[in-house]
Ligand binder design. Sequence first.
Ligand code: 13P
Ligand code: 13P
Ligand code: MG
Ligand code: MG
Length: 366
Amino acid sequence: MKITISMIKADIGSYPGHVKVHEDVMKVCEESLKEAKNDGLIIDYRIFNAGDDTELLMTHTHGIDAEVIHKFSWDTFIKGTEKAKELGLYGAGQDLLADAFSGNIKGMGPGVAEMEIEERPAESFIVFAADKTEPGAFNYPVFKIFADPFNTAGLVIDPKMHAGFKFTVLDVFEHKKVTLNTPEEMYELLALIGTTGRYPIKHVESKNPDIGIAAAISTEKLALIAGRYVGKDDPVCVVRCQSGLPAVGEVLEGFSLGHLVAGWMRGSHRGPLMPVPLKYSQCTRFDGPPRVISLGFNIKNGKLVGPRDLFDDPAFDYTRQKAMEITDYMRRHGPFEPQRLSADEMEYTTLPGVLEKLKSRMEKAE
Ligand code: 13P
Ligand code: 13P
Ligand code: MG
Ligand code: MG
């Protein structure tokens, strides 16, 4: 039986400011999910938060891009938004950029990472959800996980992985995509995905046709949809593990650097991506630092077993400590690059308004 895993998320309001989703908003969304499960629309679900983002994890048999699932998610976010408005939460309905649902939730604001799989006898997968960053934040770890033998021992010692993986990369400005093979085209791949704001990885597939899809990432760019700053496109990522795919520990190892990502404070700053357990999934210091949670599951006939809160482990204390040192160092740059993003990355923020004010005073220099 083919099962679809859908991770669909939106920032529909938080408190105080952009810190955390309110429990009552989660409850309203959970009621909606429970109903959908009772009605047979979905097989199973989990709901959680990544900072101020409400995350819906669903399993079903409707395939990816299914209108019924996307519409249901949109309606659930609308219900959550009503509660957020009633409570006077900050940014209620922030990511719902369209007035009404029209066929597919993509391009309407929420982030979507979906995959259709043929369940293996023991099917393990991990969902990652990040706050105060952008989809390209997953480029570095996803590359490490599926293409770097110094991260993933299985690439070297598991013959089932020797063929490598296929990466599909988007150009979000030109609305194009390209698929590159590793290890053969590793340098071409890196030439693109190092430009994280423009070339996010959309999905990864095993070259082994028995396995198929290995990872899916949400790549919605809110600013490109809205044409102005409306909060960052805090992304989600689903990664399958084990048996011809990277082991759980190899997948998590990809997040052990605390690598620098864009999106912190007003979507305008760079900081380290800190892996945290759910209980620390709230961004406080300078609205950050950007952070990522990781929930592990097994799945049987679409029924979810889990979650395991995978970053709730002292093994990640060192990364967190390091991330705070980097946080402090980056913060001391204040409004200077590279703590602040470069001018072209600030195009959709409020900075152009400031430059406009100075325009009439700009004189010709010798
Ligand atoms: P086991 O031998 O415990 O199944 O583990 C294999 C593995 O993938 C460890 O990384
Ligand atoms: P979010 O994108 O998480 O809503 O954060 C917006 C922001 O500007 C925080 O400083
Ligand atoms: Mg927000
Ligand atoms: Mg957010």
